[in-house]
Ligand binder design. Sequence first.
Ligand SMILES: Nc1nc2c(ncn2[C@@H]2O[C@H](COP(=O)(O)OP(=O)(O)OP(=O)(O)O)[C@@H](O)[C@H]2O)c(=O)[nH]1
Length: 411
Amino acid sequence: MSSRKSEDSVATPKKRHMDALAEPPEVNHELFVGLSSLRDTLSSSNHSRDFAFAHAHYLRSRVLALGIIFTLLSPLWIVVDSLVLPAELLRYTLLGRVVLMLGLVGVLVLALFSVERIRRIRFCAGMLLALPAGFYVLVLAMLPDRAVQDLVGYGFIPFLLVASLSVFPFTLLESLCAGLAMLALLGFAQTVDGTWMTGRGVESFWLLSSLLVVSMAANHFQLSLLLRLYRQATHDPLTGLFNRGALEVHLEKIQAWQREIEGGEQQGRAPCSVLMLDLDHFKRINDNHGHSVGDNVLCQFARILSGQTRKHDCVARYGGEEFVVILLGSDEERALEVAERIRYAVEVFEFTDRQQQRIPVTTSIGVTQLRQDEPAQEALKRADDALYRAKETGRNRALVAEAASDALAVD
Ligand SMILES: Nc1nc2c(ncn2[C@@H]2O[C@H](COP(=O)(O)OP(=O)(O)OP(=O)(O)O)[C@@H](O)[C@H]2O)c(=O)[nH]1
């Protein structure tokens, strides 16, 4: 999880956010916000991995709801068929309906057992649309030409599926591809029933295209709202970093990943370290220069942390002037080196007040290695204890937690 990825850009990307602190934007009306989020709803390539999981979770709930509706509608339609279709045609649709229902039940079961499986859930969503469309193609292909006229309600299938697109938080590209497939399906149906390029046929095309545009608009608003809510729930509004809740979830995910990679082994192949950082005498900065300068220092500090870490590390604001960095793939020794690098970067950074006078700022850091077999809170507590010792022993220093190894200090 990187705090620098861009689902975050839906509301306020960090850099923009910091710039905005210095100079509030003049143009900020709804249309501008709507258009800027188009980039985020167009495709999922801009979404962070963590948002992809949240997105998949939401998509799964929609797949289950719509899957149940489609599965229940299918047998009901057999009743309609048996009322309007001649007996010799009924067998064509009945077999298709049974296959369709089995397919839908299969999709439901797969979705049910696909918690946190992003690709599988996308596959289920695609199948939910593809199965009824495939059934319609099959019926059209199998039925004798003149019998197609007897079908009741089948011509409605492409319209129903395009309308269903609006229920899912699909990206615009996903919806466009599905919509084009439905237009092709309508074209095929029209060549079979003889309305291709007739007035009625063109009218249906126009209707389906309009419905597709409306569904895509619904996708856009649904996905951008989801992105915005996700950001508000997981990010600190001042610095744009992950908040405490998101950090704790992330730590648990890392431990699950460690267990997967390391198996029963205690530590080793997938090391991960936690840094707990606190600005020294931050209250003085607030008292001497004002709260807004204090806020600016916090933002600059957040920017230093992001600059000193890698894309796949996680930087979070733990609360107040306390921050946490999770270093993936780093053991304690390596983490101490990074901590020292951060400490030095903060010490030499030119923080300034409103008169552009330099404010000396330093940070104390506690370092520990995360174990796969402990509650994540334990690691945070160890890092916090080491931070406390760093404060006690003079501040502006990084210390490794005692419980994990003998204390190493770098001044
Ligand atoms: N400007 C600003 N100040 C904050 C924010 N959150 C917490 N603070 C302030 O951070 C200060 C923390 O002070 P203390 O906990 O006494 O710690 P300290 O002054 O940094 O001293 P040591 O940690 O012992 O070095 C308090 O004055 C809080 O008001 C914030 O979002 N913005």
